[in-house]
Design a protein around this ligand. Sequence first.
Ligand SMILES: Nc1ncnc2c1ncn2[C@@H]1O[C@H](COP(=O)(O)OP(=O)(O)O)[C@@H](O)[C@H]1O
Ligand SMILES: [Mg+2]
Length: 275
Amino acid sequence: MSALIETSHLTKIYGSGETAVRALDDVSVTVQPGEFVAIMGPSGCGKSTLLNLLGALDLPTAGEVRIAGENLARLKDIDRFRARTVGFIFQLHNLIPTLTAAENVEVPMYGQGSDGRERKQRAAHLLHLVGLGERLQATPGQLSGGQRQRVAVARALANSPAILLADEPTGSLDSQSGEEILALLDELNREQGVTIVVVTHDRRVAQSTRRILRMRDGRIVDDHLLSDPYEEDLRTLAASRLGQALMGHNELHADYLNEAEKTVLVQVLDRIHKP
Ligand SMILES: Nc1ncnc2c1ncn2[C@@H]1O[C@H](COP(=O)(O)OP(=O)(O)O)[C@@H](O)[C@H]1O
Ligand SMILES: [Mg+2]
């Protein structure tokens, strides 16, 4: 499988001379189609800088970004490429206050070759998808924070991007609305196959993703794949003496079990007995 996002030796330095800030330092990372990745790390470690470079909102000082094999630095029409390939969600939704929810969702569709009727239909479809099918004509001021962020998600999906980049999308929301946005991203990833990279401080957000990149001082210091807890239990079981015994590699003696193995056994049996 070829990578959807690939950076090599990506470096970003803001300013020059004594005031220069090395916001990103030699970052090489790949993301496969369909992944749901969280970027975590302390404030100022370069998370937004990385996200902006992935979405071609800014240019690197050195190194390169490839999206679906295309080197962003070599693209002739970067605006068109960005509009079609990536959707952005920011901490503050940036909706246009004088436009309705539907009109806000239509904004990125202009210049992409669709006519007015198609734009309206697609905006309605996307707002249904994010659970706002009844609020097409509401302006941002008439919506709650969580609903506004849903509109922003729908807008980010306007041109069916392969990649959704979200920079602290739950950062300005109460925890209930945050969880709803999260569930929505999860659904988009699982059901529509959208590849998502989300910057977050929120542990809950990170836990609902399947991979966590931890950054510090402009570098990726940890790249951790999260597997299904059930699979993790089975793996632990398979590696245990009990697992070995069940698989016929060993003779089973109850006193072989340590506490951790007993716990796993109870959990697994519990799951097996549940429908
Ligand atoms: N436009 C800019 N000009 C100068 N320095 C910047 C700019 N944007 C970010 N920085 C600096 O780069 C570093 C990384 O910033 P950022 O990527 O926004 O971090 P994070 O999103 O992890 O909080 C910080 O030290 C920040 O002050
Ligand atoms: Mg940031």
